[in-house]
Design a protein around this ligand. Structure first.
Ligand SMILES: [Zn+2]
Length: 404
């Protein structure tokens, strides 16, 4: 039976921008951006894959799509081709340096020529991990995948990471669960043609990737494993290992995971999604250091090589790659006043297959076309639902049952 996707549309909300802001002296209104949202009760991995291909992300069960036209710091979805990825020299050095640390437990000497010339990502990234086939390392390094769940140990790592690295002291187990444990994704079997290598996941869904050194949890990645990609949700680490750039190592490991799943017979698995690429924010540009990467066009949702996007991003506040002539300047203005009415509406007859829950009784769910619901008669509620449908697109909206 196909997995049903269900969510509550939130309508266009306004968020303050976390990428530019107070130091430049701008007011909160000037550094805000619009976004559409959906609280997802449950989503099939296939539907969520289609959502992120249209610029959506999730934080727990809250899914959102920024409106790039009306953002001071437009957030473009970036994907890396995991099968074509070639690690750069500095990326290879990071992996080798960590491997030596695990084996030697001492400050390593410069690497020999031979070790760098034999570098292959999938073997090198696993080289320092514990394995029965390998001589024991000085320290026991293990990386495991487990279904997303709460534990006190994970929360303790998260709290240390937030306070030490981000100077954010406002953390609770409840916020950790809401942000990084809860997920609307319904796990589904990955259709491997034959039994995959042991380190590969058997199901699509939301995972925690646990990095342990001598038993201690030193880092954790939050990942969604989807039909076409690994989507990186979050990564946290203990600041004692900051000098090893564990964030960059985790990206390399995630690339390697996508490639290994692909090589185990899942032809659709091609990419690592690292979230949003924000050209206006220097700190976020590191995501462009992995090549070959592509950005999604904010209007046509086609993919464009990052190299061809950069000149447009340098020139315009809002860039469309499929139709560069529609790009917009005006770097200081989130755009609200330039576009008095950007609320696109779609005629009712095109929406007749978009469904909303009418009633749930005795385990039976009844649905009706959204255009026949009481909410549709209320202009405010209709705007909310419409904003969500526009951001999802009509075809994808038909694959999600709305509830209010
Ligand atoms: Zn901004």
């Amino acid at each position: 039976m196909p997995i049903v996707s269900i969510g509550t549309p939130l309508g266009a909300g306004c968020s303050s921008c976390g990428y530019c802001g107070p130091p430049g002296g701008r007011s909160a209104a000037e550094t805000s951006y619009k976004k559409s949202g959906l609280i997802a009760s449950q989503l099939s991995c296939e539907v969520y894959q289609k959502m992120i291909d249209r610029g959506w992300r999730r934080s727990g069960t809250y899914c959102y799509a920024p409106d790039l036209r009306r953002s001071c710091c437009p957030q473009y979805t970036i994907k890396l081709d995991a099968n074509e990825f070639k690690p750069s020299r500095s990326q290879r050095k990071l992996v080798n340096r960590w491997n030596r640390y695990v084996f030697q437990q001492k400050n390593p000497k410069p690497s020999s020529k031979s070790s760098s010339s034999t570098f292959t990502l999938s073997t090198s990234i696993h080289a320092a991990e514990y394995s029965v086939d390998r001589p024991p390392a000085a320290q026991l390094f293990r990386v495991t995948l487990e279904a997303s769940s709460f534990s006190q140990e994970k929360y303790a790592l998260y709290e240390r990471y937030q306070t030490q690295i981000h100077h954010d002291y406002d953390n609770t187990p409840v916020s950790f669960r809401r942000f990084l444990v809860q997920s609307p994704l319904v796990a589904e079997n990955i259709p491997y043609p034959s039994e995959p290598p042991e380190h590969l996941p058997l199901r699509y869904g939301s995972y925690h990737q646990m990095y342990r050194l001598d038993g201690e949890l030193i880092a954790m990645g939050v990942l969604d494993i989807l039909p076409s990609c690994i989507s990186s949700v979050y990564f946290m680490y203990d600041s004692r290992w900051e000098k090893f750039s564990l964030g960059k190592l985790s990206a390399l490991r995630e690339i390697s995971l996508a490639k290994d799943i692909h090589d185990a017979g899942i032809a659709t698995m091609t990419s690592l999604y690292m979230g949003f690429y924000i050209h206006s924010c220097q700190k976020m540009r590191y995501k462009g250091e992995y090549s070959p990467s592509y950005l999604v066009d904010p209007e046509e949702y086609t993919w464009h090589p990052l190299d061809t996007c950069i000149p447009l991003l340098d020139r315009y506040r809002y860039a469309t790659f499929a139709h560069p002539e529609r790009s917009l300047e005006g770097s200081d203005d989130p755009g609200e006043t330039d576009f008095p009415e950007t609320q696109v509406t779609i005629p009712d007859d095109i929406l007749e297959d978009v469904q909303i829950i009418y009633s749930i009784q005795g385990g039976v769910v009844s649905v009706i076309p959204v255009t026949l619901s009481d909410r549709w008669k209320n202009p405010y509620a209709r705007d909310e639902i419409m904003s969500c449908i526009v951001a999802l697109g009509v075809d994808l909206s038909k694959e999600i049952i709305f509830r209010l």
